[in-house]
Each structure stands twice: as structure tokens, then as C-alpha cells.
Design a protein around this ligand. Structure first.
Ligand code: FES
Length: 116
């Protein structure tokens, strides 16, 4: 385990995790930021996309040790007040896709999380 200090959506976080832990699981399991989704886990689908200093990356393929002092933006960071149209549209499309597949990886409380 190692301690990492992160800047995510303009806020500072500290986590103590294995350096090889993908950023996706740090966000979801340790920081409870559920907007970043798990899809394929192989860097193919883009469900886990975050921005690192403004550049999109697949967080399922990015170990937390590679983040360094770079700034992370997740989908929650796009719209803290709910005025950005992308998060609700993304949640609706994602839910529809996964309902069609018979799975529910995407959580319904997503919109309430981004408006909080
Ligand atoms: S979960 Fe599919 S690209 Fe990361």
C-alpha cells in the first residue's frame, strides 16, 4: 500500500492503495465517485473515461501510481450544479444500454449524485 494525494474535480483526496490499482477502482471503491463506470475493463469501451489534465484516458488501464500531480476530472466534475447537459444524457443512454443487455452496472442515483 502507498499513499497518493489526488486532485479530482477541483478537490483534494488522499488514498492508501496498492500502486497498481486502476484509477477506476480508486474512484469507485475508495472515493465513492460512481460516475466513472466499469464496462469492459480492457480499455475498449470507454465507459471508464476520465480526463487527466484535460486529456481523455481509460481509467481502467491507468494505475494510480501514474497519476502523479496531474489533475483528474470525472463526469461529476463536468456539472456540479447540474447545468451541463452531458451527465444526465450519458446516464440515460448508459442505463438504456445496460437494461437492453439485461444488466444494471449503471446506478440509478447517478443524477442525484451530480446535483448534490
Ligand atoms: S471499462 Fe471499458 S475502457 Fe475501461
Amino acid at each position: 500500500m502507498s499513499k497518493f494525494n489526488l486532485v479530482i474535480n477541483g478537490s483534494q483526496f488522499s488514498v492508501d492503495v496498492d500502486p497498481n490499482t486502476p484509477v477506476l477502482w480508486v474512484l469507485r471503491d475508495h472515493l465513492k465517485l460512481f460516475g466513472t463506470k466499469y464496462g469492459c475493463g480492457r480499455g475498449l469501451c470507454g465507459a471508464c473515461t476520465i480526463h487527466l489534465n484535460g486529456s481523455p484516458l481509460r481509467s481502467c488501464q491507468l494505475p494510480i501510481s501514474a497519476v502523479g500531480k496531474n489533475v483528474i476530472t470525472t463526469i461529476e466534475g463536468l456539472s456540479k450544479t447540474g447545468e451541463h447537459p452531458f451527465p444526465p444524457v450519458f446516464a440515460a443512454v448508459a442505463n438504456a444500454l445496460y437494461k437492453a443487455m439485461g444488466k444494471r452496472f449503471y446506478q440509478q442515483p447517478f443524477q442525484s449524485q451530480i446535483k448534490a
